[in-house]
Ligand binder design. Structure first.
Ligand SMILES: [Zn+2]
Length: 193
């Protein structure tokens, strides 16, 4: 592409390394890793490749994001996963093993769900679920029965004016019984939970 560079250094046209066409720099995606700051394949070629790739590896994004959440501290989901000690089992570090265990995905609306919210990503602890089912599985949405009335934890907390996190801590960290956890007022002087 150097022969097309104007004197000021900004190329007016770039030759795509895939289709060979000369195209404006805006037809190429930015790429930090390359010294030119641009990919050498044009956007069309890149897109075509991605589509092909997606068809060949339909679970790849899901697999990749699972690792991002567990191991990439820069990922917004990290604090709910990696920071809480949630890992991907050794077997699934190999993409093919993950595919063998989890194929097929029932629909694109299904995402991977851990049955035990504190457990790792592993064949024993994972299933495909719709987002709604997953939400119901979250701790704060876990149903709690008190004197025959079943309500989600979050609702019990709200009805009694107690922070959800306090109710969770009482139940799961301090082992209180359900009724005490959702009905005991928070002590203003800062007693434990
Ligand atoms: Zn191209």
């Amino acid at each position: 592409m150097t022969e097309h560079d104007p004197p000021n250094g900004a190329p007016s046209q770039i030759k795509c390394s895939h289709c060979g066409q000369l195209k404006a720099p805006s037809e190429f995606n930015r790429e930090r890793r390359r010294p030119s700051g641009r990919r050498t394949e044009c956007r069309d070629c890149q897109r075509a490749y991605n589509n092909r790739f997606r068809k060949q590896k339909p679970l790849y994004n899901i697999w990749n994001l699972m690792f991002q959440r567990c191991y990439n501290e820069g990922n917004p989901g990290y604090r709910f996963y990696g920071a809480r000690g949630i890992r991907v089992c050794q077997k699934w570090h190999e993409y093919e093993a993950f595919v063998a265990d989890m194929s097929p995905r029932p629909s694109p609306k299904h995402s991977i769900d851990r049955i035990d919210g504190n457990g790792d990503y592993s064949p024993e602890n994972c299933r495909w679920a719709l987002q709604q089912e997953q939400t119901l599985n979250l701790r704060s949405n876990r149903n709690i029965e008190i004197e025959g009335i079943i309500r989600p934890l979050a609702e019990w907390a709200r009805l009694n004016g107690i922070p959800k996190s306090t109710v969770e801590a009482r139940l799961y960290r301090y082992g209180w019984d359900a009724k005490a956890a959702v009905t005991t007022p928070v002590r203003a002087w800062g007693g434990k939970a």
